[in-house]
Design a protein around this ligand. Sequence first.
Ligand SMILES: Cc1cc2nc3c(=O)[nH]c(=O)nc-3n(C[C@H](O)[C@H](O)[C@H](O)COP(=O)(O)O)c2cc1C
Ligand code: SF4
Length: 641
Amino acid sequence: MERMGTMKVFEATQIDRLTVRNRLLMAPVKTGFGGPDGTVTDQQIAYYRRRADGGVGAIIVEPCYVDSAGKEHPRQLGLDRDDQVAGLSRLVAEIHAGGARAIAHLNHAGRAANPKAAGRPPEAPSTMVCPTTGATAEPMSEERIAEIVDAFAAAAGRARQAGFDGVELQCGLGYLVAQFLAPRTNQRTDAYGGDLQGRERFAHDVVGAVLAALDGELPLIARLSASEKVPGGLESADAVRLAQQLKSWGVAALHVASGSACDSPPWYYQHMSLPEGANEALAQPIKQAVDLPIIVAGRLGDPERIEAIIGDGLADFVALGRPLVADPDLPRKLGAGEAEQVLACGSCLQGCLASVKAGKGIGCIVNPEVGQERDLEEPAAEPRQVVIVGGGPAGLTAAIVARRRGHPVTLLEQSELGGQFALAPLAPGKAAMARPLHALVAQATRAGADIRIGTKATMEGIAALSPDVVILAAGASPSALPIAGLADAVTGNDVLTGAAEIGERVLVIGGGLVGMEVAELLGHQGKTVTIVELLDEVAKDMEMITRKMTMKRLTELPVTIHTGTKIESFADGQATVLGPDGTATLGLFDTVVMAVGTRPNHDLLPALEASGMEVKVVGDALEAKQIMGAVQSAWKVARAL
Ligand SMILES: Cc1cc2nc3c(=O)[nH]c(=O)nc-3n(C[C@H](O)[C@H](O)[C@H](O)COP(=O)(O)O)c2cc1C
Ligand code: SF4
């Protein structure tokens, strides 16, 4: 079955007259790498070329806005001006040089547009606020609707000029076309609102105009949400109806996702805490009702899942977004029977979405090369004996890169591989994070690093290995806060691993990521939890969607949060705190959990430096950062050895 599935994944397949070399596509993922005027940058071209080189069949390039009013990101690509075509032609040529097809994705974000990027308030079928951006959209006049229909057609014409092999039209994910379709977001009473026919008119007009611009030369794909996953939003039956209409209007393939940019971001981005396989199940009614090639997207990076979906005919193509951000070589590895070497995505959004939103351009917690594709890795000038102390993400990354460049590597880890990262999958809703960790371990092992688990690094042990360079990647340990009268506290790590006995009434000191995860875990176990946080906000270091979901779940649990509050002392199971309303007493508590951050483990550093050995400190051992920073620092050091 598995082999059959693999063979089917790698058979050349048609979308209308377009032949794609296999059934794996890249889903549209905003990179934030574009120029401020919507033009393509060299960084962006290198990013996509790398993905084409990795063997994917076709790349659905990140969204191009068709009118600047529909811009979602200040660095989004545009197709609203002729001068954007030349750059896109270069992009297409590079994707082709990598052997993949290039598909342009056209969108107007409607009420989901970002006013800062667009330079004006959003426009939409009706006045409505977008909870994600907080902006209120202005209703579009019929003249404006006609202009936008023309803008879609003009953008499709430019995509054709740029040499794209196909065009995808965004008809879902809660963007403008979908906003017209849903009665919840379309309260118009004119020809573009009211009954179903009225609400479908905009989609119909746009599809017609785009098809006319493509003139039968390029296939048109439509992306849609199988369900918007918002009360009163578009549901499965609406999606089936839309799919049938799209087919009757001349669309060549359907790309099924779910969610809405404004109303259900966890579904849109397929958050790690959602059930796996949700979109492939949601796509089935569409697959059964409409005889068109079906593309499905959403947490489908697991090679076995891909083979099963294609092998069982649940979809004709699998679209991968984050899995190809994390590992552009996924298709090549899958085809070569090296699935265990895939650097698996954990669906965490910590490095990709969070970085795009922060304006830094897309990144990935486990793939430090994202965005750095122009900076090619060179083999080492001469092999150097490398000893790495610590087997967390930073140590493993250093081992992989150093080995790849030809250095012999010995990695010493006193306990288990993974460091702090090994705790991530133990937190509620984060089981998927085990995958990237396993992948890092598999890659380091396969790369030929001599990994010695259960080996505490000592000066004698290190010296015996005669290293040319020592990379100190020993991670960080939980910090403790001295509090008068508090003798016993357990760490957040102890709670996550189950190493500590926890009473029924728990005080958690610190409301950062670990404190919140611990509180939720204990809340689910029925414990009564009080979080005390010095800052005015909790969970500031959590990725935004994860934070919102966590905060919502906490409201349903016996968890109380005190922000802007300092613990002064502790006595007889009670804490004296100083908060916004003055001094108060909290408690009684049976257990106190300390979750106040970490301190770097670099005890060996002075002795190593004194010995004259060349030492590089990376990851949390250098500075307690989130995993992405740790991995990046290790990558930089290993690239320069
Ligand atoms: C950072 C980021 C940006 C995205 N931007 C878009 C977008 O602009 N338009 C869109 O239709 N989907 C967008 N997506 C959704 C992806 O296309 C895809 O449907 C989703 O990530 C689930 O698939 P995956 O698990 O393979 O990543 C984005 C996803 C991420 C992570
Ligand atoms: S940052 Fe997380 S979700 Fe994003 S691509 Fe990397 S592993 Fe996947």
